[in-house]
Design a protein around this ligand. Structure first.
Ligand SMILES: C[S@@+](CC[C@H](N)C(=O)[O-])C[C@H]1O[C@@H](n2cnc3c(N)ncnc32)[C@H](O)[C@@H]1O
Length: 251
């Protein structure tokens, strides 16, 4: 099952990758969400070794480089994304790998100051193994920071401006999208509750430093919201967090 999902998702991500070139990348943590410039979760990036899980087109790693990171490492399931990341970072020394985050591909253990993931972690087919691997890559006192759709957000549907609960938050199965970004690219996304993310972090050995249920970035302060039924909208984001952001520490 896991193998089949990864095979399908890899094929589909290769097809849709161009829609995500530079999207969902630091300093952004997610749609309408406060940015790293507002939250300052990384504190000091200069001279740190960083690993990006689901690095996509490499724009978050570019941000890390601009902030003075010492070593830039990234992993992504999609060959197309890794190709785009190589292009984005072509003037820099990088270590980029095309692989599922849930596989141990021999990345160095006890090595990184920061492991982070922007809108990618929820794709893993095996959260427990993924968090244990991430824990093993970090130095003691290193941090894991990730953002992902707020687990309840996917169930909050707007219809003519009325927001209601769609489906069951209790069921932690998978959702299959037949089309993604208008492409015939079936993708399977695991559904998990907020507590599952937190409990799996604790089981992997992490100490939770902060849990953020996003608010709207101040850059939208002057924008008047209009009623919208889009999946991501300012209208919805002002009522409910689009994104969860978790910072966890390896003690
Ligand atoms: C929304 S994009 C992330 C954008 C990226 N974090 C950035 O900073 O630009 C999600 C990424 O997750 C990757 N992905 C999906 N499933 C994965 C898996 N099992 N292992 C590693 N990467 C995966 C996709 O190929 C895609 O590049």
């Amino acid at each position: 099952m896991r193998f089949e999902i990864l095979k399908q998702n890899k094929k589909s991500w290769d097809l849709v990758a161009h829609h995500f070139n530079g999207k969902d990348a630091l300093p952004s943590y997610g749609p309408f969400t406060q940015t790293e410039e507002e939250l300052r979760l990384f504190e000091v990036i200069s001279n740190k070794r960083v690993l990006d899980i689901g690095c996509g087109s490499g724009h978050s790693l570019r941000y890390m480089a601009e902030k003075g990171a010492d070593e830039l490492w990234g992993v992504d399931l999609s060959e197309t994304q890794i190709k785009m990341a190589k292009e984005t970072l072509k003037d820099l020394e990088t270590h980029l790998y095309c692989a599922p985050m849930e596989d141990d591909i021999g990345l160095p253990k006890l090595y990184f100051d920061f492991v982070y993931s922007i809108y990618a972690i929820g794709w893993t087919t095996d959260l427990s193994t993924t968090f244990k691997l991430i824990y093993s890559y970090l130095k003691p006192s290193g941090y894991f920071i990730f953002s992902w759709d707020h687990p309840l957000y996917a169930h909050m549907i707007s219809q003519n401006g009325q927001i209601y609960l769609d489906g069951s938050y209790q069921d932690e199965g998978t959702t299959t999208y037949r089309n993604f970004k208008g492409e015939e690219a079936p993708l399977v996304i695991p559904k998990r509750k907020m507590s599952t993310y937190i409990n799996e972090l604790i089981k992997a050995g992490f100490t939770i430093d902060s849990v953020i249920e996003s608010d709207v970035s101040s850059s939208f302060d002057s924008i008047k919201e209009e009623i919208s039924d889009r999946y991501y909208s300012l209208y919805k984001a002002r009522k409910f967090p689009t994104t969860m952001i978790i910072k966890a520490k390896k003690m």
